[in-house]
Design a protein around this ligand. Sequence first.
Ligand code: MN
Length: 200
Amino acid sequence: MKEYALPKLPYGYEALEPVIDKDTVTLHHDKHHAAYVTGFNTTLKKIVEAREKSDYSAIKALAKDLSFHGSGVVLHNLYWENLCPKSESKEPVSGNLLEQIKTGFGGLDKLKAEMGAAAKAVEGSGWAVLVWDKYADQLLVLQAENHQKLAIWGVAPLLVIDVWEHAYYLKYQNNRAVYVDALWGIINWKIVEERFSKAK
Ligand code: MN
């Protein structure tokens, strides 16, 4: 059985201020993200036990938990990585990613408008996800409900925005839209470009 581990943040807990406050980052990473890692590993352990006993009576719930926690871990890993301190966030002015964004959306502002709207409109807890769709060679904006619902299988996530309340409520309360708009100031576009290059 291979366990998931909680990656360390690629920057300090206060590095995303003032867009995301230190307390939110601390709780979000050390408690919420960590809980998905624990949840995944616990579920996997139960599945291994079921396998050893050949007792699959609980497999429906276990498979659901595996998808929920596993997707939670993966998306949080991507999220922390695709954010950075405001001073280091540089929007692309050239390159393959920007060209594809122009082809797909008509420009970076149009992508931000579509992805921002998708993030603000997620029903309940979830994510907005920019993906590379290898089947048709195109960029798409998806929503994810919870962590695992509404995906397209096999697409590569390039940029994710967490809109669970734990991602913004301490500072923004119910004003999810203000959080989403502010988040554009701390996107690590270098990482997004790297993910795009790998996906292509
Ligand atoms: Mn989260």
